[in-house]
Design a protein around this ligand. Structure first.
Ligand code: ADP
Ligand code: ADP
Length: 225
């Protein structure tokens, strides 16, 4: 069975008398270990789709199954628990806590998971070393370059051993040299078996993925490997 199974997903946003049909019947499967780039113009439904996969939002209709669990009929607290256990998020703007060391930032998800301090530190340190930031674990975000901050964010996304890594324009705030370094980390993680789904506007970024899915007007209009 695929890791992610979507059937006829729709999402309708209602604002007063207006309706926005952000997803209009999306069906696809994503295998464990795949590396998928999500593309398409602004407003085409990319964020809405990622919010479903990331258990941040529920579809209006359709079914969504991840690793055998049905997300479409989960209650909000079940969705939050699923998100905390199974999904790691990386953002364009890193979203690190200021005045907080790299190792504390990377360990944040473990606080919510109820892991005690010594193990949090050990697991955060291991992930920071994995992304090449072993030498700067006590630095705060303001003392790190953009690429180093994004490494901390990747370590944080991995610290819970997620089943899926979701990234929204992860290189959008970085120069091209630093972007390549971050994409090398994603490539390495995928070779080690991590399932990665990333949103990008850039063809060069999408070329790193094994598969490109293109959205338009809330539908998948292209899906190539
Ligand atoms: P991007 O195109 O970079 O993915 P958007 O600007 O489309 O980002 O969306 C950013 C966030 O704002 C998303 O979480 C999305 O769900 C939300 N959003 C987008 N459009 C609207 C809207 N018309 N009303 C309310 N929230 C919106
Ligand atoms: P993308 O990420 O491709 O830019 P989105 O998924 O953010 O697209 O948006 C798809 C459509 O849904 C857009 O028309 C957007 O304005 C609308 N939308 C997104 N989020 C919201 C929201 N929270 N409330 C209302 N409309 C939204």
């Amino acid at each position: 069975a695929p890791l992610i199974r979507c059937r006829d997903l729709t999402r309708v946003y209602r604002m007063g008398d207006n309706e926005v049909h952000a997803l209009q019947g999306v069906s696809t499967d994503i295998a464990e270990g795949d590396y998928v780039a999500i593309m398409g113009p602004s407003g085409s439904g990319k964020s809405t789709f990622m919010n479903m996969i990331g258990a941040l939002d529920r579809p209006t209709s359709g079914t969504l199954e991840i690793d055998g669990e049905r997300l479409d009929n989960m209650k909000p607290d079940q969705l939050a628990a699923f998100r905390g256990r199974r999904v790691g998020f990386v953002f364009q703007q890193f979203n690190l806590l200021p005045r907080t060391s790299a190792v504390e930032n990377a360990g944040l998800p473990l606080i919510y998971a109820g892991i005690e301090a010594a193990e949090r530190k050990a697991r955060a340190e291991a992930r920071l070393k994995q992304v090449g930031l072993g030498e700067r674990m006590d630095h705060q975000p303001s003392q790190l370059s953009g690429g180093q901050q994004q490494r901390v964010a990747i370590a944080r996304a991995l610290v819970n051993d997620p089943a899926i890594l979701l990234a929204d324009e992860p290189t959008g705030a970085l120069d091209s040299q630093t972007s390549e370094e971050i994409l090398d980390i994603f490539d390495q993680l995928n070779r080690e078996g991590m399932t990665i789904i990333l949103v990008t506007h850039e063809a060069e970024v999408a070329e790193h993925a094994k598969r490109q899915i293109v959205f338009r007007d809330g539908e998948i209009v292209e899906d190539r490997s």
